[in-house]
Design a protein around this ligand. Structure first.
Ligand SMILES: NC(=O)NCCC[C@H](N)C(=O)O
Length: 258
């Protein structure tokens, strides 16, 4: 039976020290972040996802953004080598968790860098953002690992936001959604729908038309409702201050047979 598991990591008490690269830093409330993270995990569970917690890493302020540590394709976990050096220690425990879950594990090697938040998967197509965090060697290694498994890798320039998925994600029908000022090359995407809010660009597909999204994007939620989807809003204000979004707080494992 296909699994519906989601890997998550609880925020570090030092989360306020997390990286901020494309916006002004504002103060983060670590207690509120923990509460918001618990509600996020609860929303996943309420919609049928079993949450699996990878080991907490108090010394890694950005460890909660677990999406950046791995790219999943079928049952293969490609452990990343994050572009920000401070984030590299985050991958070890994720690798252990995924190996325990029965994934086949592969790695990005030096000089490659790649962040999971730069990889948007739509069916068998993997769009990969080439920006501050993911370099050309990282893109080449992504191709080498996943093309033989049937993936099509499409590289996309990213300069306005930290990660490709800070700018675009996709609806269940494959339509790419994005906030236009943040997208370098919208014409790369065959079907593209602009959204009116920056945090409206991020959805986690919960199944059956339900879209987990940030409470900070009410106009976009209205647009999606109007298109026949069911938005599931969660307040992630403390993660947004660190340029995080709903997608980067979990890794959904959809194709494991366990
Ligand atoms: N995939 C993502 O959008 N990850 C968010 C990472 C935020 C973290 N503060 C960082 O800059 O790495």
């Amino acid at each position: 039976m296909p699994s519906r598991k989601a890997l998550i990591r609880r925020p570090s008490p030092g989360i306020a020290e997390g990286l901020v690269s494309h916006s002004e830093r504002s103060s983060v409330d670590a207690d509120l972040a923990l509460l918001q993270w618990e509600m996020y995990a609860e929303a996943l569970r309420e919609h049928g996802w079993e949450t699996i917690e990878t080991e907490p890493l108090d010394e890694c302020p950005d460890g909660v953004f677990v999406e950046d540590t791995v790219v999943m394709f079928r049952n293969v976990a490609l452990i990343t080598r994050p572009g920000a050096e401070s984030r590299r220690p985050e991958t070890v425990t994720v690798e252990e968790s995924l190996a325990r879950l029965g994934c086949s594990v592969n790695w990005i090697w030096e000089p490659g860098t790649l962040d999971g938040g730069d990889v948007l998967k739509i069916g068998d197509t993997l769009y990969v953002g080439r920006g501050d965090r993911t370099n050309a060697a990282g893109v080449q290694q992504l191709r080498a690992v996943f093309e033989p498994l049937g993936a099509r890798i499409v590289a996309v320039p990213v300069s306005r936001v930290p990660h490709l998925k800070s700018a675009v994600t996709a609806l269940p029908d494959g339509t790419v959604i994005g906030y236009p000022p943040h997208i370098d090359a919208p014409s790369v995407f065959p079907r593209h729908l602009p959204v009116p809010e920056q945090s409206g660009a991020h959805v986690v597909l919960l199944g059956g038309g339900r879209l987990l999204m940030a409470a900070s994007a009410p106009k976009t939620a209205e647009l999606f409702s109007d298109l026949g989807y069911q938005p599931v809003p969660v307040d992630i204000s403390e993660f947004e201050k660190l340029e995080g979004c709903v997608t980067c707080l979990s890794v959904r494992l959809r194709e494991l047979s366990v």
